[in-house]
Design a protein around this ligand. Structure first.
Ligand code: PLP
Length: 386
């Protein structure tokens, strides 16, 4: 199988898998225990905290371990909103946020908050000037660093500056960006940054919320003083240890990988243009992650394409959701003004550490064949029953 679905999840790095196995075998004590065994476990958690902090150039004591991106998005948005409740009960999120951020905003709405949506332009970019138009009782703004479907990278530093000028805090979901592009938290200016281990070679079910020193925060999980009172619950020690190792490896390889993937992306897009005239790459003119291409092949529905590619040994994601036979276009592409006709033909191709140039060539060839198969499926033969 050629795996072109790294934005969904990545293979665990051998170094991270070994660190996890070793932690499971050797570190059984509770990191909160005062005895020597407990202190060994604590030391392993703190080492991982420093490794994760280094990936985004933050301080180790700003790192709060979570169960992944979904929890980080909830804890960030809700924790920031609750902490600012005295000033207002309104949050603003971009229209292209991940379901996890939309979900957290919906919970807040059920609690009596109002959620405003920030639109994006045709290339999928939020306009930082839109922050100036938000109602004055907005306390928290959430804009992701890189979109999971298109890979489009948002102008976070400008958004953060505009939010800060109005006394609003910024939650930035960096789940797809971490480990793929360099992140300096202070350059971004985000008050709360979210990352998830399984998107950069760590295990699933572990991640981090990085809370800037001095940013107000109310914990989502209460009960004990874990994570300096910011997230109750005994730490997922094996996962955290593996997350730390994955973060360190990703940071070390980041520059070389970024350049290598950019070349592969150029090869992929050139191949698509040559083999499939009419194919449209979404967000093509915006800054994008080096590993992601979201493409629509007119006339070839994404659910049909996905099956045809799977049969040819290629794993990708559809850029459209299929609910009970009807294809729904992605809210991200809809927010970018992509027509429904084109959006239901969108595919997300996402490469990673294991991707090589000959994989790209094989995917282009498989896509050309699959597009023909998908078009044949979509167009009933003359006289066929409807
Ligand atoms: N945010 C973004 C941008 C994502 O792409 C994802 C996962 O696809 C998440 C959040 C959720 O992360 P997790 O799977 O760790 O809960």
């Amino acid at each position: 199988m050629i795996y072109f679905d790294h934005n969904a999840s990545t293979p665990v790095r051998p170094e991270a898998a070994e660190a996890m196995r070793s932690a499971l075998a050797n570190l059984h004590a509770n990191p909160s225990s005062s005895h020597r065994e407990g202190q060994r476990a604590r030391a392993a958690v703190e080492r991982a905290r420093a490794q994760v902090a280094a990936l985004v150039e933050a301080r180790p004591d700003e790192v709060v371990f979570t169960s992944g991106g979904t929890e980080g998005d909830h804890a960030g948005l809700m924790g920031a909103a609750w902490a600012a409740e005295a000033r207002g009960r309104r949050v603003a999120i971009s229209a292209i946020e991940h379901h996890a951020v939309h979900g957290a905003a919906e919970v807040l709405e059920r609690l009596g908050y109002t959620a405003t949506h920030l639109p994006v332009g045709r290339e999928g970019l939020v306009d930082p000037a839109a922050i100036a138009t938000l109602p004055a009782d907005t306390t928290v703004v959430a804009v992701m660093l890189a979109n999971n479907e298109t890979g489009v990278i948002q102008p976070i530093a400008a958004v953060a500056a505009a939010a800060s000028a109005r006394g609003m805090r910024l939650v930035c979901d960096a789940v797809q960006a971490a480990g793929k592009i360099p992140i300096r938290r202070d350059d971004l200016g985000a008050d709360y940054l979210v990352i998830s281990g399984h998107k950069f070679g760590g295990p699933k079910g572990v991640g981090a919320l990085i809370v800037r020193t001095g940013a107000p925060f109310e914990p989502l999980f209460r009960g004990s003083a874990h994570e300096r009172g910011r997230r109750g619950g005994t730490e997922n020690l094996p996962g955290i240890v593996a997350l730390g190792v994955a973060a360190e490896c990703a940071a070390r390889e980041l520059e070389a990988e970024q350049g290598r993937l950019l070349e592969l992306r150029a090869q992929l897009e050139a191949g698509l243009r040559a083999a499939l005239p009419g194919a449209v790459v979404h967000g093509a003119r915006a800054p994008r992650l080096p590993n992601t291409v979201n493409v629509s092949i007119p006339g070839a529905r994404s659910d049909h394409l996905l099956m045809a590619l799977d049969a040819r040994g290629v794993a990708v994601s559809a850029g459209a959701a299929c609910a009970s036979g009807a294809v729904e276009s992605s809210p991200v592409l809809a927010a970018m003004g992509v027509s429904r006709e084109l959006a239901v033909c969108a595919l997300r191709l996402s490469m990673g550490r294991g991707t090589r140039a000959d994989d790209v060539a094989r995917v282009v060839a498989a896509l050309a064949e699959s597009a023909q198969a998908a078009r044949n499926l979509a167009v009933p033969a003359p006289g066929a029953a409807r």
